[in-house]
Design a protein around this ligand. Structure first.
Ligand SMILES: NC(=O)c1ccc[n+]([C@@H]2O[C@H](COP(=O)([O-])OP(=O)(O)OC[C@H]3O[C@@H](n4cnc5c(N)ncnc54)[C@H](O)[C@@H]3O)[C@@H](O)[C@H]2O)c1
Length: 303
């Protein structure tokens, strides 16, 4: 991986000299990001070393890795040194993100139990262990109770609920045996409160929260932790989707603007802002968190 896409690498080099500018291979955005001119480099270097220690030899499965939050998590975990098994059913985009980050691509459908068992077995047989799983794969159907068809309901349940269950169970079996591991599920603000017009989705995310809590109790004391992140409205392809037709760019912008004004923070979350919470839960920094939920929603559910 080149420094062009990976400024942390440069920061972590023993030869990294804070008095000198970073090499030419570190691009302008990265230079600005690391705040070289403002003397924040030492703090960042310390933080990079600290975080790197957590993920350097870690083996993590990320589902939904081809898009939105899953792709942001794949990038971040790779930058922090983890070996990432990136899983998605969208082969083309998955190969793109894996080519960029060096993650290992696995085209799977999380609603199929053999695919979920398969990726866990593969990771363990190749790496000898599994440290973390983060379940980003998810789908939405924008129909309310009266219009929701059996097929739509089953589809959303199969991916969001069964997919989460299958991965949690497969990972927990291995992790319990090894006495360690962290599973992070992605529910939603709509797991606790409801939204109109997305019936199956709200039901499915409520179930994801219960998977998290029940699994956490079943695994408590074994060294395996299960927690969840509850994202609010986040700027990804999922939020831009509409029922039955593809929106134009202008319509998408308009829709996202309307959503943003309804949020106390007056903006959507960036995928990386949700991923930060997931990374904390994956890391040993959250060692006493079990069955917990971190809401990241710009205060949407506080009013
Ligand atoms: N975007 C939001 O506002 C928002 C808010 C709350 C929660 N969430 C949840 O966050 C998670 C990530 O969502 P996102 O916004 O990044 O969505 P996204 O649509 O950008 O990404 C979802 C990914 O899941 C993959 N996927 C779908 N079905 C799959 C299957 N059966 N097997 C394997 N992969 C599959 C898709 O191909 C896609 O790459 C989802 O669980 C979603 O429900 C999103």
């Amino acid at each position: 991986m080149s420094n062009e896409v990976f400024p942390w690498r440069w920061l972590l080099q023993p030869s990294c000299n804070m008095a000198m500018p970073p090499p030419k291979t570190v691009n302008q955005t990265a230079r600005k990001h690391i705040g070289l001119r403002y003397g924040r480099c030492w703090i960042l270097r310390r933080r990079a070393l600290e975080l790197n220690a957590f993920f350097d030899s870690k083996v993590i499965i990320v589902t939904g890795a081809a898009s939105g939050m899953g792709s942001a998590a794949t990038r971040e975990l790779r930058q922090l040194g983890a070996t990432v098994y990136a899983a998605d059913r969208n082969e083309r985009d998955l190969l793109g993100i894996c080519g960029e980050t060096g993650a290992q691509p696995h085209v799977i459908d999380v609603s199929r139990v053999e695919h979920c068992d398969g990726i866990v077995s593969k990771a363990v047989s190749e790496q000898g262990k599994l440290d973390g799983v983060v379940n980003f794969a998810g789908v939405i159907k924008r129909t309310g109770l009266l219009e929701c068809t059996d097929e739509e309901f089953d589809f959303v349940m199969d991916v969001n609920v069964k997919g989460c269950f299958y991965l949690c169970r497969a990972a927990a079996r291995v992790m319990k045996e090894q006495g360690s591991g962290s599973i992070v599920n992605i529910s939603s603000i709509w797991s606790d409160i409801a939204a109109a017009g997305v019936f199956g989705y709200c039901v499915s995310k409520g179930a994801v929260s219960q998977i998290t809590r029940s699994a956490a109790l079943d695994l408590a004391g074994s060294g395996v932790r299960v927690n969840e992140v509850r994202p609010g409205e986040t700027n990804t392809a999922m939020l831009a989707s509409e029922r039955g037709r593809t929106l134009s760019k202008r319509e998408i912008d308009e829709k996202l603007r309307e959503i943003a004004v309804s949020i106390p923070e007056k903006r959507l979350a960036a995928p990386s802002e949700i991923v930060n919470a997931a990374i904390f839960l994956l890391s040993d920094k959250s060692s006493y968190m079990q069955g917990a939920s971190i809401t990241v929603d710009g205060a949407y559910t506080t009013c």
